[in-house]
Ligand binder design. Structure first.
Ligand SMILES: *[C@@H]1O[C@H](CO)[C@@H](O)[C@H](O)[C@H]1NC(C)=O
Ligand SMILES: *[C@@H]1O[C@H](CO)[C@@H](O)[C@H](O)[C@H]1NC(C)=O
Ligand SMILES: *[C@@H]1O[C@H](CO)[C@@H](O)[C@H](O)[C@H]1NC(C)=O
Length: 472
């Protein structure tokens, strides 16, 4: 009887669940509601690096009856593909005592959006009631969004790039008042689209203020500006973090670095490069700074040819800085592959959690400053005999497992593999890998060595004994 009732209950529940899922699905695919409006919007676009950073301040008001739990950010399909990161926070408190509460931001699907618009949805901490308003601070970052033009330059030329955007902020909501500021690295701006009122002074370009723009207003602009920063892109980076419970963590990083700016045309003249450094090869770069943990040891930097000695290491109590200098300066389109390796003390990064498992707490991302990584792979090699590994990062990463065999391994080591595309310096935040480990396993390898020696010893004795017996 009881079993029958339970069975019926579970059927009813699964039907209910199915219908509620259906409901959620139809709700989420309907076009975004427009009960929200933006009272003021301010956008600052920072083009002073090769990574584009956009800071948005939105004052959002709920003009409808129903409370609103999310606010949508709209992106053109082209920008969406180059987004590396979207962060949002709610500003609370008055001017002097303002604090920011981080909010969750996730990509959000609305298939029938006009012109292929893509969305991110910001989840509010508590729903916005009727006639209430909230101030949101948003940061998003775009990579590979400055297009070199001309695409090829000679050693004595400066690098110019195009930046495409809209003078008005793309949004599914009505915007009452808005303005955008664009910051350029130098005051050399070849040209820019005007959408009146537009104003330029020094390194700042101002679009707006614009009033009462309808949802999905868009007004394309192109800015042609000088940008001689190091367009340092690591096409592929593999970081291996190997944990040994015998006291150290060994990190090995394989880099495939490229200069993603305007391609270098003609031959490279080292004489000209060295004698007139201020005008020759201004968009090239000679060295990069890697930020490593404070207590690093046995640092090396090498490429296919061998050790590169022209690197400098500076350490203090907070961090270590390794200045790495490839064998030749990198011009547009040029590449360099190299390896950096170092050890760090185990107790700085390996801890025990409340549940009794162990965890590694290490920095995600790439240690090179102001660098984009197209494809990052982090491999955490756990000690042999580790169980139940799991990884935790503050953003989505692809996870998988591998097994690695090294010296004296019997069952192999579990490797937790984390992968992420389009990584920017803001991704250099701690991530954790949890695992269980039985300390008895630490004895496995020494025991194996001891027994191997013992067997060898026995074999020797047996051999000697045999030898003697033949001579007799
Ligand atoms: C969609 O794109 C077309 C052509 O680019 C433009 O004329 C139209 O205004 C856009 N529609 C919306 C709703 O943005
Ligand atoms: C390269 O440097 C490392 C660490 O300093 C050293 O152990 C190794 O012997 C060097 N190799 C060569 C080929 O010089
Ligand atoms: C990881 O380390 C950072 C500092 O490096 C610390 O702020 C954070 O609380 C640590 N996380 C965990 C889960 O221990």
């Amino acid at each position: 009887m009881g079993a029958m009732a339970n069975f019926r209950k579970s059927i009813i529940f699964s039907v209910l669940f199915f219908y509620s899922m259906l409901l959620v699905k139809t709700l989420s695919s309907s076009p975004p509601s427009s009960n929200l409006q933006i009272l003021t919007a301010e956008r600052r676009i920072d083009l002073t690096s090769h990574i584009v950073r956009v800071y948005l301040t939105l004052k959002v008001e709920n003009t409808g009856e129903a409370p609103a739990a999310e606010v949508l950010l709209a992106f053109s399909p082209a920008q969406f593909d180059h987004l590396a990161l979207v962060k949002a926070a709610a500003a609370v408190g008055k001017k002097k005592k303002k604090t920011y509460l981080p909010l969750e931001v996730n990509p959000s699907d609305h298939p029938d959006a006009p012109n292929g618009t893509k969305y991110y949805s910001i989840s509010l901490l508590k729903p916005l009631g009727k006639a209430e308003s909230i101030t949101l601070e948003i940061l998003y970052m775009l990579t590979h969004s400055l297009e070199p033009f001309p695409a090829e330059i000679s050693q004595s030329e400066s690098q110019l790039v195009y930046y495409h955007d809209s003078a008005v902020i793309l949004s599914p909501y009505h915007i009452k008042q808005q303005a955008s500021m664009v910051k350029t690295p130098t005051s050399k701006v070849e040209s820019f689209t005007r959408v009146e009122p537009t104003d330029r002074s020094g390194t700042e370009l101002r679009y707006g203020p614009y009033e009462d723009r309808h949802p999905y207003s868009y007004s394309p602009v192109i800015i042609h500006l000088e940008n001689n920063n190091a367009f340092a892109v690591v096409e592929e980076l593999e970081r291996e973090i190997e944990i040994s419970h015998w006291g150290s963590i060994q990190v090995t990083e394989h880099y495939k670095l490229a200069h993603a700016g305007a391609r270098h045309r003609g031959i490279f003249s080292r004489v000209e490069y060295q004698s007139r450094p201020s005008i020759s090869g201004v968009s090239s770069f000679k060295h990069l700074l890697a930020e490593l943990p404070p207590r690093v040891h046995s640092v090396y930097y090498r490429d296919d040819i061998g050790n590169i000695s022209s690197s400098r290491l500076r350490t203090n109590s907070k961090k270590s800085e390794l200045l790495i200098e490839p064998r030749y300066p990198l011009f547009g389109g040029w590449k360099a592959t190299f390896i950096i390796g170092y050890g760090v003390p185990l107790q700085d990064f390996l801890f025990e959690s409340d549940g009794g498992s162990r965890y590694l707490n290490y920095t995600f991302g790439c240690p090179l400053s102001e660098t984009v990584v197209d494809k990052l792979t982090i491999k955490v090699v756990l000690p042999e005999g580790s169980k139940n590994p799991s990884a935790k990062a503050p953003f989505t990463v692809e996870q998988s497992m591998e097994t690695k065999y090294s010296y004296l391994d019997v069952i192999g080591r579990t490797v937790v593999v984390l992968e992420k595309k389009n990584v920017v310096p803001e991704h250099n935040v701690p991530f954790q890998v949890y695992y269980n480990f039985n300390p008895m396993f630490m004895l496995a390898e020494p025991l194996m060595l001891v027994s191997a020696f013992f067997l060898f010893f026995i074999a020797c004795i047996a051999y000697l004994h045999m030898d003697l017996s033949i001579r007799k």
